[in-house]
Design a protein around this ligand. Structure first.
Ligand code: F6R
Length: 607
């Protein structure tokens, strides 16, 4: 939540900061602000609303300077207002700060400071600005260090002071910050996307580190004032991946990216000859792997639905009992984890606060914790003792699509690899590997139906409620289809396992409550058809996701979206796509903000 950008170098800071904010807008978009140091002054401009509003407002100002910071906000403390937008300043207006995170003891600190400081906003961040001011005696880094020693909570922050022009101070505890290293210039941001156009050399701050950055040097310290030395890492993602490339929305581009990016998830990791996969991320020898007797998958939202697909795969292929735990529940439960439990944290951003906390808890309990993560260098990637990048590339639409696909793929590969060490035959392993290699072409066949699915969305646009039904491996698909629809269209929708309908939810059904059911030809096909019959008997319109060539379902359906057949365990890689497209087209038809739905942010870095 909230995105931060900073620049210090020789170029004009303003366009770099504005473009950087646009890259980070997915992290929050209720207000934004910017400050550029120019001459001996710092010019602060803020605005409520999107980055476009801020950009418009900036047109009325003459701003030139090569040092600045900027922020896009997702409100936590204090409503959405001009005063609460970042940057925040101290009483003198010389110390200027942007912050992502939560200062938990801000009320106590505010009380202590209030006799000598006056506050303009309701935010915890402004308290931090005044706290730094109270320690400032000409050395910004030292003042920030002292202030942070009094703070409880989380922060990624960047501060500047007009008495020390050409200097930015950045610090991190719990909220990500990366520093892009250019030629006598540095880019600071919440993730690497704002810097990709300028450099691929990046240093990731770890918790408890503070950086002093000028156009001549970058020096890292611990909060205890010890020097830290780090090499920059090379980041493979390039700028083009973060562009819409002619698509109307990032979400549509990311849906259509799937046949390509799935190959990045499995390239070099499949072994057809031995019917297996090779992922280095276990960081365990075969003997240790054989001793794993339980798997726990922790994740939130869409990542948790990808994890559910993983559960089916681990249980079926490797015979290992597997649970999926929503991270926000896992962290507050008496979870049972021991050294034979393999824990996977699944996360696109690698920055989801609940998942990070669950990782820490699982490690404390002695579990073997590995990450399945998209964002390189993110907190979960660094907190876990191994794991695998899913290589989906930058995912910028708030609603996750291609990252889900690549999470499912990597989980399948792990299940095949573990399965081959346990009970999976080489023949079934081979079939799975072949099946995965065929997925990109099958995905393209579904994507080619985008216009038909759009027509379907048009037909159903007037309905206010939807049900999604699936069984077995398609139950998580139903959950994901339902989440996609509700989060970007704001239409009420629910997902149930097909067999569970009659235990209550069926009472809701009527001709006004369309049901989307996944009835592809697998071992539960007949069971699902019976569930669909139950729905039809209540006059609900029925939209089916069915296997190509299946004529039998025609008599049951109001409408059908056909998909190519594949092995049952691989079905989520195909069957989710029509549901993504349905949600996407519906959102466009209803005039929703597809890439930035209301109330949401892409990285949920607060509890
Ligand atoms: C839904 C969506 C969210 C995320 C969830 C976890 O489309 O994107 O439900 O899946 O917030 O985020 P990550 O994967 O970054 O941990």
């Amino acid at each position: 939540m909230c995105g931060i950008v900073g620049y210090v170098g020789k170029k004009e800071a303003l366009p770099i900061l504005i473009n950087g904010l646009r890259r980070l807008e997915y992290r929050g978009y209720d207000s934004a602000g910017i400050v550029v140091h120019s001459g001996d002054k710092a010019l602060v401009v803020k605005s409520v609303g999107r980055i476009d509003h801020l950009h418009e407002k900036l047109k009325g100002h003459k701003i030139s300077g090569s040092v600045g910071i900027a922020h896009t906000r997702w409100a936590t403390h204090g409503g959405v207002s001009h005063e609460n937008a970042h940057p925040h300043m101290d009483c003198s207006g010389q110390l200027i700060l942007v912050h992502n995170g939560i200062i938990e003891n801000y009320r106590e600190l505010k009380k202590e400071l209030s006799s000598k400081h006056s506050f303009k906003s309701e935010t915890d961040t402004e308290v931090l600005a005044h706290l730094i001011e109270s320690y400032y005696d000409g050395d910004l880094r030292k003042a920030v260090e002292k202030a942070l020693s009094k703070v409880r909570g989380t922060y990624g922050l960047v501060a500047m002071h007009t008495q020390e022009p050409n200097k930015l101070v950045a610090a991190r505890l719990g909220s990500p910050l990366a520093i892009g290293v250019g030629d006598n210039e540095y880019y600071i941001a919440s993730d690497t996307s704002p810097m990709l156009a300028h450099t691929q050399q990046v240093i990731f701050l770890d918790d408890g580190e503070i950086a002093e950055v000028t156009d001549k040097h970058l020096q890292l310290y611990t909060l205890e004032d010890q020097r830290v030395y780090k090499q920059a890492e090379h980041i493979d993602w390039d700028e083009a991946q973060a562009e819409k490339q002619g698509y109307d929305h990032f979400m549509l581009k990311e849906i259509f990216d799937q046949p390509t990016v799935i190959q990045d998830a499995y390239r070099g990791r499949l072994d057809l000859e031995n019917g297996t996969a090779h992922l280095g991320g276990f960081n365990m020898n075969e003997e240790q792997l054989r001793q794993i007797n339980r798997i726990v998958l922790i994740a939130c939202g869409t990542a948790s639905y990808a994890a559910m697909v993983g559960k089916y795969a681990f249980e079926r292929l490797a015979g290992i009992p597997t649970e999926v735990d929503v991270a926000s529940e896992f962290r507050y439960r008496d979870t049972i984890i021991d050294e034979h439990t393999l824990v996977f944290a699944v996360s696109q951003s690698g920055e989801t606060a609940d998942t990070i906390a669950a990782v820490k808890e699982a490690k404390r309990k002695g579990g073997v914790v590995r990450g399945i993560v998209n964002v390189v260098g993110s907190t979960i990637a660094r907190e876990t003792d191994g794991g695998t990048y899913i290589h989906a590339g930058p995912e910028l639409a708030v609603a996750s699509t291609k990252a889900y696909t690549n999470m499912v793929t990597v989980l399948l590969l792990y299940a095949i690899q573990l399965g081959r060490l346990k009970r999976l035959t080489i023949a079934t392993g081979e079939r799975l590997v072949k099946g995965i290699l065929e997925i990109p072409d099958k995905m393209k066949q579904v994507l080619a139906q985008s216009e038909q699915i759009k027509a379907l969305a048009e037909k159903y646009k007037g309905y206010g409620d939807f049900f999604f039904l699936g069984r077995g491996i398609n139950y998580p698909v139903a959950l994901e289809g339902s989440l996609k629809l509700k989060e970007i269209t704001y239409i009420h929708s629910e997902a149930y396992p097909g067999g569970e309908m009659k235990h209550g939810p069926i009472a809701l059904l009527s001709g006004e409550f369309p049901v989307m059911a996944i009835v592809t030809k697998n071992q539960l096909y007949e069971k699902m058809l019976s569930n669909v019959e139950e729905v039809r008997a209540r006059n609900a319109p029925v939209i089916l996701v069915a296997t190509e060539g299946d004529e039998q379902v025609k008599s049951l359906a109001t409408d059908i979206m056909y998909v190519p057949s594949t092995m049952e365990l691989l079905e989520p890689l195909i069957n989710t796509i029509p549901l993504q497209l349905f949600a996407y087209h519906m959102a466009v038809i209803l005039g929703r903000d597809v890439d930035r739905p209301r109330n949401l942010a892409k990285s949920v870095t607060v509890e």
